[in-house]
Design a protein around this ligand. Structure first.
Ligand code: F6R
Length: 612
């Protein structure tokens, strides 16, 4: 939520800032702005609307500055408007700031500052921060080289909530300060220049060497140097980490939308996620040094996440319980963190987060850790906040995911969770070895089978053309297919704005069947051969009430009055969601496209939800 970019070096800053914002637009797109220092003076250009509007603003092309900060906004405090757009300046115009996060005590701070004579022109919490910096700067009678930094540090210590900040000042026109707490921010090291952004892909075309800040670490940047400080303003040393992602991952690469590109990247993403973990011997996880004694003692596992990542958890409950015989509860992070869950040192909690920045998931992780549980984070983003909190971090290697609707991250997460379940199962020896070996062999087949699913999408495009005007749809499934129906339904609603519900097929007649009427579309997934008969009889119940049925299946099912049957390759049921979700992702994509919607940036949504 909100994206920030910064540049300091010897190149013209504006194009770099705008390109970075364009790549971060999936994080928020209701207003955008930049601030640069030109001739020792701060120049701000901002407005409501998308980043592309920025390029139309008067005089923006003439800015020659080589230092600047920029922001694309997802409104939290204050409606989308020019006044509320970032960057914000203090009352005297000494500082400019961009902010991603939420300041929880901003009202209190604003009242304090108002009493001291400060005036505000926006409704944002950010304008409070920049005036607080002004206050501390003016209070400080020392004129040394750390005065700017001291003012920022003092202001930050008063803030409650989350923030990633970039600050420039016409008092120090050759300097920039960045700091973060619970909001993402990375610093890319160039040659005599530095790039700052909310995430790695935004600046990956400039550098592969990144600094990652911990909470309350301050980076004081000049053109060819960065110094890092702790909260006592003692200098600290930080090392860069090399990032191996291909910068093409952050480009559309000939596809019309990132979502379609990312759907098509799934075979590669799954292959990379499997990596070398599966070979002829046991599944290997060097990151997890779990002993048999420890695993035998676990009395409960939780899998905690939000949205699509939580749906990946729902799929995996089945494989963990079957192969490891450990009870698993899957929970939504925002619920888990406030429901006082039963946790002790025999509990293992797995957290899943593509971005590694989701506020609720990170808070839920801190809670379990404080209660003595061991915690594993599965994430796609190296150095993300969650990896700094978890006892163990495991990376899916899906590559950058830019479209707001998650696709390749989901299939990589399901694959990774299956690998972890197998790893535990081989240590615990509680499951049939043949079963374990079949799933291992099938995991290796997933990339090629995903390619098969993606080969011909014409039938799905036809279906999309037939049903894109509908107002309601239903997704049905049993077992893992139920988890897939929830994810299929989420994909549809978020990018097509069609109301949809995912239901366990057997549950339909306990209420929701009242909504089934002539012409309503029902999409059923069937991948478990033991449940085929039961699933078909549930489908007959809705057909007899006039519903149009689309079936996605890997079973040899006859078409018994269905509108369409989409066939996918057979695979072990436990991992079938990796394949069965693909037609549903494509269907949502083509429906959204048919409706002429902004597929990659659906309304009201942002890619990473760094606020509660
Ligand atoms: C839906 C979607 C969201 C995310 C959720 C968690 O397509 O992308 O539901 O899955 O916001 O995000 P992460 O995985 O980054 O924690």
């Amino acid at each position: 939520m909100c994206g920030i970019v910064g540049y300091i070096g010897d190149k013209k800053a504006t194009p770099i800032l705008i390109q970075g914002l364009t790549r971060l637009e999936y994080r928020g797109y209701d207003s955008a702005g930049i601030a640069v220092i030109e001739n020792n003076k701060i120049e701000v250009k901002k407005d409501k609307g998308r980043v592309s509007n920025l390029t139309l603003l008067d005089g923006i092309d003439n800015l020659e500055a080589t230092i600047g900060i920029a922001h694309t906004r997802w409104a939290t405090h204050g409606k989308p408007s020019k006044e509320n757009s970032h960057p914000h300046m203090d009352m005297e115009g000494l500082f400019a700031i961009v902010h991603n996060g939420i300041i929880e005590n901003y009202n209190e701070l604003k009242n304090d500052l108002t009493q001291k004579g400060y005036k505000f022109i926006s409704q944002t919490d950010t304008e409070v921060i920049v005036n607080l910096i002004n206050y501390y700067y003016n209070q400080d009678k020392n004129e040394d080289e750390l005065k700017f930094l001291r003012a920022v540090k003092n202001a930050c210590m008063d803030l409650k909530g989350s923030f990633a900040l970039e600050i420039i000042s016409n008092k120090e026109p050759e300097k920039m300060i960045v700091v973060r707490k619970d909001s993402p921010l990375v610093i890319g090291k160039g040659n005599g220049e530095s790039y700052i952004a909310s995430d790695i892909p935004a600046i990956l075309s400039y550098t592969r060497d990144f600094y990652f800040l911990n909470d309350y670490e301050f980076a004081y940047l000049s053109r060819n140097n960065i110094k890092f400080y702790d909260t006592n303003l003692n200098e600290i040393k930080k090392e860069t980490k090399a990032i191996e992602w291909d910068s093409k991952g952050a480009e559309k690469d000939g596809y019309e939308h990132f979502m379609l590109k990312e759907i098509n990247e799934q075979p590669k993403a799954i292959r990379e996620t499997i990596g070398t973990r599966l070979n002829n011997s046991k599944v290997s996880f060097d990151e997890l040094s779990f002993t048999r004694e420890y695993l035998e003692e676990i009395n409960k596992m939780y899998i905690v996440a939000c949205g699509t990542a939580m749906h990946a958890g729902l799929v995996s409950k089945n494989i963990f319980e079957k192969l490891c015989k450990i009870p698993v509860e899957v929970d939504i992070a925002s619920e888990f963190r406030y429901r006082d869950p039963l946790i002790n040192n025999k509990t293992l909690v797995i957290y899943i987060s593509q971005s590694g920045e989701t506020a609720d998931t990170i808070a839920a992780l801190k809670l379990a850790k404080a209660k003595g549980a061991k915690t594993i984070a599965i994430t796609n983003v190296i150095g993300s906040s969650i990896t700094r909190e978890a006892d163990y971090s495991i990376y899916t290697h899906a590559g950058p995911e830019i479209a707001v609707a998650s696709t390749k991250a989901y299939t990589s997460q399901v694959t990774m969770l299956a690998l972890i379940a197998l790893y535990f199962a081989e240590i615990l020896e509680r499951a049939d070895t043949n079963k374990i070996n079949t799933i291992k062999e099938d995991i290796l087949k997933l990339p090629n089978k995903a390619e098969e699913v993606l080969k011909d999408t014409s039938e799905i495009q036809e279906v999309a053309k037939r049903i894109y005007k509908e107002r309601d749809m239903f997704f049905l499934g049993r077992g893992v297919d139920y988890a897939v129906s929830l994810e299929g339904s989420l994909k549809l609603k978020e990018i097509s704005y069609i109301h949809s519900e995912g239901y366990a097929s057997g549950e339909l007649k306990h209420g929701p069947i009242a909504l089934i009427d002539i012409g309503v579309t029902v999409i059923a997934t069937i991948t478990n051969k033991d449940l085929v008969e039961k699933s078909i009889s549930n489908i007959q119940e809705v057909i007899s009430r006039g519903a149009k049925i689309i079936v996605v299946t890997n079973q040899n099912i006859e078409n018994k009055g269905f509108d369409t049957i989409i066939r996918i390759p057979e695979i072990s049921t436990e991992i079938s969601p990796v394949l069965s979700i693909i037609p549903l992702q494509l269907l949502s994509y083509y429906i959204s496209k048919e409706k002429g919607l902004d597929v990659d940036k659906p309304r009201n949504l942002a890619k990473s939800v760094t606020v509660e």
